[in-house]
Design a protein around this ligand. Structure first.
Ligand SMILES: C[S@@+](CC[C@H](N)C(=O)[O-])C[C@H]1O[C@@H](n2cnc3c(N)ncnc32)[C@H](O)[C@@H]1O
Length: 300
C-alpha cells in the first residue's frame, strides 16, 4: 500500500498540476507513454546500472515503469522506493507493482524535495524525467542526497532544450503563430526544460553537495505511430498540450488542425518518427571513510 508523507509548501503549484489534469492524463496514457519512451528508458536504466541487492529511490516515479525495471534489476534482496507527489500516477504504479508481484518495490506519496529520507540508506537515486519540477532544486537535491550512502550514485534523465527535441518542437512551432504573443519562458521555472542547460544542472548538483558530476548527451528517434496516434499523444502530453490547455475552447479545433498539418509532413514508412534529445546525468556523494561528506555549497 502507498505510504504518505507530508509535502513542502514550495512545490504547491507543481503538486496541484500533477494531481489534476497532467497526472490524470499521464496515468491514463501510461502504456502509450512507456512505449514512446522505451528507447530512453532503456538508455537511462543502462546508464544508472542498478545492481542486484541495491537499495534504490526512483524520484518522480510516476506510473511506475522504471520502478518495475529497477525492481527487476535489484531482485528480491534489493529494494526500490518510488516517490511521487501525484496520486493518480501512483495509483497506476501501485497496480502494476502488485500485478508483477515485486515485493521489493514500495511506493510513497511524498514531495521528494522535503521528505525525510532514512539517512545514508540508498545506493542509487534514479529518475526518468522526475527531477525538473522542484521550486528550489539545490535544496531538493541536498535533501535527496541525505538518503544516499557515502559514495552513493545519482543517475537521471532530463530533457535537452525544446529546439533539440523536434518531437516537442514540431507541434509547438505549429501552434506559435496562432497563439497570442507570450513572454519568453523563464528557463529557471520548474518544468520539463528546467534542466535543459547542462551547466545549470552541474551547478545545482555541485551546490547540493554532489561530486564527480557527469552529463552526457543522448539522442534518439521517438516513434509516435500513425498520424492519428501522434496527434492524440502530442495534444495530451508535453508543451503543446500545455499550450492547448491554456487556449480558449473555441480556438482549440483550429489549433489541433495546425498540429495535424505539421505532423503530416513528417509521416514516413514507420509513421511519425521525430528526434528526441536528453541529458544523462550522474553524480556521487563523497566516499568518506570515518568522516563527513562536505557541506552542500562548499567550494573546497
Ligand atoms: C514528467 S513526469 C515523469 C514521470 C515518470 N518518471 C515517467 O517517466 O513516466 C514528472 C513526475 O515527477 C513528479 N514530481 C514532480 N514534482 C515532484 C516532487 N517534488 N516530488 C516527487 N515527485 C514529483 C510528478 O508527479 C510526475 O509524476
Amino acid at each position: 500500500m502507498t505510504a504518505t508523507s507530508s509535502a513542502g509548501p514550495a512545490n504547491t503549484d507543481q503538486i496541484a498540476y500533477w494531481n489534476s489534469v497532467a497526472g490524470e492524463r499521464w496515468a491514463l496514457l501510461q502504456a502509450r507513454i512507456d512505449a514512446v519512451f522505451a528507447p530512453l528508458t532503456g538508455a537511462a536504466l543502462a546508464f544508472a546500472a542498478p545492481k542486484s541487492e541495491e537499495r534504490v529511490v526512483d524520484i518522480g516515479c510516476g506510473a511506475g515503469a522504471t520502478v518495475l525495471g529497477l525492481a527487476q534489476a535489484v531482485g528480491g534482496s534489493g529494494h526500490v522506493l518510488g516517490v511521487d507527489v501525484s496520486k493518480p500516477m501512483l495509483t497506476v504504479a501501485e497496480r502494476r507493482v502488485a500485478a508483477e508481484t515485486l515485493p521489493q518495490a514500495t511506493l510513497l506519496l511524498a514531495d521528494a524535495s522535503t521528505h525525510t529520507f532514512a539517512p545514508r540508506t540508498f545506493d542509487l537515486v534514479f529518475s526518468r524525467f522526475g527531477v525538473m519540477f522542484f521550486a528550489d532544486p539545490v535544496a531538493a537535491f541536498a535533501n535527496i542526497r541525505t538518503g544516499l550512502v557515502d559514495g552513493g550514485r545519482l543517475a537521471f534523465a532530463c530533457w535537452q532544450p525544446l529546439k533539440a527535441n523536434p518531437w516537442f518542437e514540431v507541434p509547438v512551432a505549429a501552434l506559435r503563430p496562432l497563439l497570442p504573443p507570450a513572454p519568453p519562458a523563464d528557463p529557471l521555472e520548474p518544468g520539463p526544460f528546467a534542466f535543459a542547460d547542462a551547466d545549470r544542472v552541474r551547478g545545482i548538483l555541485d551546490a547540493a553537495g554532489f561530486e564527480d558530476i557527469r552529463i552526457e548527451p543522448h539522442h534518439t528517434r521517438m516513434n509516435l505511430g500513425s498520424p492519428t496516434a501522434a496527434l492524440d499523444f502530442l495534444t495530451q502530453v508535453g508543451p503543446a498540450s500545455r499550450a492547448l490547455g491554456d487556449a480558449e475552447p473555441e480556438n482549440r479545433p483550429a489549433l489541433i488542425d495546425a498540429v495535424r498539418s505539421a505532423l503530416a509532413s513528417h509521416d514516413g514508412p514507420d509513421g511519425i518518427v521525430l528526434g528526441g534529445a536528453i541529458w544523462l546525468v550522474s553524480a556521487r556523494t563523497a566516499a568518506v571513510a570515518g568522516g563527513q561528506p562536505r557541506a552542500p555549497g562548499s567550494t573546497d
